[in-house]
Design a protein around this ligand. Sequence first.
Ligand SMILES: [Zn+2]
Length: 272
Amino acid sequence: MPELPEVEAVRRRLQRDAVGARIVHSDVRRAGTIAPQEVNAFRASIEGARIIDARRRAKHLFLPLDNGVTLHMHLRMTGNVYVLPDCRFPPLRARLLFTLEDGRALTFDDPRCLGRVHAVATDDLAASLPPLGPEPLDGTFSLKTFVDIARKSQMPAKLFLMDQSKIAGLGNIYAAEALYEARIHPAAPTAALSTVRLGRLYSAIRQVLEVAIPCCERAYAKPGHFAEADEYPMAVYGREGLPCPRCRTLVARMAQGGRSTYFCPRCQRGVL
Ligand SMILES: [Zn+2]
């Protein structure tokens, strides 16, 4: 499932390929993708408008248009957004196809149909989003901010990191990798972590995301649906029974919040 690095990679590609283009026609091939919005109203609100920017907040993507409307996209499990060189040859799983003035097309490609796209008045956008914590790579996200948020949470560290209202953008993969880098057990109660450990976790979150973004940019270099960042050097995620890169202890898996959590029982010992 796309997390901050995957969505950021898609955003960067749209910044390069889509910003400046005018949408001349839109084809809603699956009404459920824009539900509960109605097809004709959706089309009328975007056709003729020019894409003026590509932005991201947490795992949400935004394409603001020059008519006061923003396309708000959420990729969910398998969604992807990219520009096709020729609008006459859309992919089979294009749920939305926006023909651009120069003959190219912007497509929302989504095999599992869980992704969503809505046309929202740009002024109402902030109010339409769920509560979101700070962006971990933003220059204003300080260690003090992180410690203040963590000190208030009784959640286990892994679930805390995945809670979008606390810290934005981390999911199952990069939360597990950040905890490994910081040598913190996934079940450790967040509020009880020492300041030293929280400092290590703060640095680990930023480091993991910064390494992952260019891996995702390479993975998304070709058209298609969600691409795993297969070049990212996973230390624990998906590696149950394989040796920890640091100490060679076998990576373990536990259930947490209905998902699998991977960790090294030796490097991430104890819960405090
Ligand atoms: Zn280890």
